[in-house]
Design a protein around this ligand. Structure first.
Ligand SMILES: *Cc1c(COP(=O)(O)O)cnc(C)c1O
Length: 471
């Protein structure tokens, strides 16, 4: 059995390169169904092992028809980025080096790479220089981290130590969220003992933004500890809450302001779009992803907090066997994350930022937004198609004259394999969402997407009769 790194990793690199180099000729979506994938990958675990090269070759062969072309510029599903070459390469090294940045002692270089990348990100996105941060698996865990800090902070202010005493008997916390919030906000709150039914839901205006007048009224309607969750970049429309106005009313009420900026916070890095997040630096915490718009491989998200003491109080942990420095000692990542052991995600983020520079990040964000806009403009000429959102950033939301036509056009486009994207239900109607988050998307990819929609719309007979809803 040849287990030498040279044999195993060199063969793996060949397989990886072959996949990337043939991506453009491949269908954007998977071609195998779940039964086929189970048949290809399944069976009983054999008694004896096989050599690593065989494992990798067989795994790659079996998985291939179930792989989605996420790294390609023709993937427009959900909000999912690809992988910048430097980030993918650094991610490989991350596995090979196998560092555990829980503590400085387990991964000195890994913790310092996080320290540097964390500071770079904060500067790039205009967050306060004193903000603390944590590298987590994604925006969901960033919400958990930030909202745990928020829970500590608002209860501490009324003399309740939630880490010590828990929530039993604690003063109630009012949590105000926008109607169009992402589901991960609710889930993060749930884990922190804030149930769904206790949320105060602030209605959205016609552009999917939190109605600030209603927020002010809702805040005035009660007192005590309060947390407001606002959003930069709504999942379907890309809409941005008016963060500056929300910061005003939140400050008046003495509430904590958390911002879900999963992808939208990246607007702060792009001069042409920075106005969308005006006032964002006034928030108390921020959650966002690196695996979406920064184009770092999965998984990678960030939590920032303007109150390091509250962040630390909510997350830190000690045990006799751990080696943790005190003041003046290196940063101990474990004190800021919900994870104990974890992947050294800082290397890939560091590499992505280093390879792009500030200008490169701005270009990548602006390019994606331009592609989204040109796609939306192209859609205007597709019979029966209606763009539903104000295309402020990289998201386009559209539909055809009725739910059935919308779903059938989407099915045909996805079935054709040229591009991949998915549907949603928006305001009670079926709709299609396109997100341009990949660094590689080109004009040609947008043209291919438009061709696919033109063909499918014509096949479905879209636009031949009837009146569009809302017209
Ligand atoms: C993707 C997304 C999330 C969840 O992020 P994960 O990285 O999947 O955990 C939260 N909020 C918004 C607006 C998102 O787009």
């Amino acid at each position: 059995m040849d287990t030498s790194p040279k044999t195993v990793l060199a063969r793996t690199a060949e397989i990886a390169i072959d996949w990337l180099e043939t991506l453009e000729q491949r269908p954007a979506g998977a071609t195998a169904d779940v039964a086929e994938l189970r048949a290809r990958l399944g069976g009983l675990l054999p008694r004896d092992g096989v050599d690593p090269v065989t494992v990798v070759e067989e795994l790659a062969r079996a998985a291939e028809p179930g792989l989605v072309a996420i790294p390609s510029g023709r993937y427009f599903g959900f909000v999912i980025g690809g992988g910048l070459p430097a980030a993918v390469a650094a991610d490989w090294l991350t596995s090979v080096w196998d560092q555990c940045p829980a503590l400085y002692a387990c991964g000195p270089a890994a913790t310092v790479a996080e320290e540097v990348a964390g500071a770079w990100l904060g500067q790039l996105l205009g967050l306060p220089p004193h903000a603390s941060f944590a590298f987590v698996s994604g925006c969901q865990m960033a919400h958990l981290t930030c909202l745990a800090a928020a829970r500590h902070h608002v209860l501490h202010a009324v003399g309740w130590d939630v880490e010590e005493r828990g929530l039993n008997g604690a003063p109630p916390i009012r949590v105000l969220v926008g109607e169009r919030r992402h589901a991960s906000v609710d889930r993060g709150l749930r884990w922190l003992g804030v149930g769904q039914a206790s949320l105060t839901v602030v209605p959205a205006d016609g552009s999917a933004r939190m109605d600030v007048t209603r927020l002010r009224a809702a805040l005035a309607d009660g007192d005590g500890p309060a947390i407001v969750c606002a959003q930069a970049g709504e999942i379907n429309t890309g809409a941005f809450d008016d963060l500056d106005a929300i910061a005003d009313v939140t400050a008046e009420a003495g509430a904590w302001l958390h911002v879900d900026g999963a992808f939208g916070l990246w607007a702060a890095a792009a001069p042409r779009f920075r106005h969308l997040v005006h006032g964002v630096q006034r928030a108390d915490s921020w959650a966002f992803d690196a695996h979406k718009w920064l184009n770092v491989p999965y998984d990678s998200g960030m939590a920032y907090c303007a109150h390091p003491d509250s962040h630390h109080a909510a997350m830190s942990v000690t045990a006799d066997y751990l080696i943790q420095g005190g003041p003046g000692q290196p940063r101990e990542p474990m004190d800021w994350t919900p994870a104990f052991s974890r992947r050294a995600r800082g290397f890939a983020v560091y590499a992505a930022l280093r390879s792009l520079g500030r200008q490169g990040v701005a270009d990548m964000v602006e390019r994606a937004c331009d592609h989204a806009r040109s796609f939306a403009e192209g859609l205007a000429a597709v019979p029966g198609c209606q763009v539903l959102n104000d295309v402020v950033i990289n998201q386009v939301l559209f539909r055809f004259e009725d739910d059935e036509t919308t779903d059938s056009v989407l099915r045909r486009v996805v079935g054709g394999g040229e591009v991949w994207l998915s549907g949603t239900t928006f305001d009670g109607h079926r709709a299609i969402r396109l997100s341009v988050s990949n660094w590689q998307t080109t004009d040609r990819d947008i043209a291919r997407a438009l061709d696919a929609f033109r063909e499918a719309a014509s096949h479905a007979g879209a636009g031949r009769g009837g009146v569009l809803p809302g017209e």
